[in-house]
Design a protein around this ligand. Sequence first.
Ligand code: B12
Length: 316
Amino acid sequence: MSITEKIKQKALELGFDLVGITDAAAVDAEQAKLLAEWLDCGCAGEMDYMHRNFRKRIHPSELMKNAHSIICVGLNYTPQKIKTNSQNSAAIGKVANYAQYEDYHPFIKKQLFKLADFIKSLTKENLKFKICVDSAPLAERAIAARAGLGFIGKNHTLINPEIGSQILLGEIITTLKLEIDEPIKNSCCDCDKCITSCPTGALSADGKFDATKCISYLTIEYKGRIVSELTGKIGNHIFGCDECIMACPYQKNAPVCKNKEFKFHSNRANLDLQKILDLSEDEFKIRFADSAFERLGIERLKRNAKICLENLQKKK
Ligand code: B12
């Protein structure tokens, strides 16, 4: 078995669903142009970090001197269907599926450190590794697509034909030279279900994505008061949004997450909006420890809960 094959086998043993390898070359010029245009048109809104480190984001080798390969992994996070209590008449806020698990950043990083240790044990070379999960300035979807993990769909997510879109990504950039994979074919065809499903029109037919309209951005990243033209379209999404993902035909028969170590919290799926409004700071810290909610904080969670309640009351 080659060293590349051993690494891939180990990644799967560590609980990842997908693994692929690409080189450390820059993302292709067309994608770099798309990123630059996206930034220039203000589509990143107040995510200032997206404007920093542009060169690094498209040149992975600038994140590590003498980088040769990038090992890309994917973790399927499609949750089990949760039984809801039909007797319960409480007003409920919906939480994006990924946020119903423990915070994925430390979870994936821990597994990637184990993978890096395994690689060190295979060779006497003095190797370097850089582990990236979300927060590093790296165009993760473009790199994962190049490593063959999936294709980038019209909903802008990386879609794997067998697993769908609900895949969290992580990478190891390394000085080790490995065999690389080929990208797979883009199979979105003429479907536009994701575009028409977006309640706020964040996705458009010309391939553009305006994050400032995306419910995920508005409810998680945006710190200010959400404008009234958009609050009514947020529905009862209290944290993030999966509409464009769930509308995708590739998501229809997606297998559920099989990684038993990736802790799922069923009490984070549907939040009782009134209880959220009554939550104290201490209760928030206990209930949402080690979760994506920590990034949001209690104030913004309550801002979102109020919007959801108003929207549900209007519907009555
Ligand atoms: C900023 C950010 C956001 C922003 C902006 C999202 C966006 N589409 O850019 C907000 C807060 C809205 C967001 C939301 C979500 N995010 Co986010 N986010 C990021 C982050 C940090 C950077 C993304 C980025 O570079 N955006 C800039 C745009 C221009 O890049 P892009 O859309 O990826 O496009 C690139 C290519 O796809 C290509 N391209 C551009 N336009 C087009 C158009 C077409 C048609 C094609 C084919 C290609 C193409 O060129 C671009 C440059 O390389 C990444 C982590 C990372 N470091 O990469 C996570 C990441 C993309 N997010 C992730 C997730 C899970 C989500 C949510 C599903 C969470 C949720 N349920 O609420 C939603 C999905 C929303 C969506 N439809 O994209 C995952 C995506 C995994 C996957 N399978 O794709 C990532 C990779 C984090 C991770 N490590 O797993 N996110």
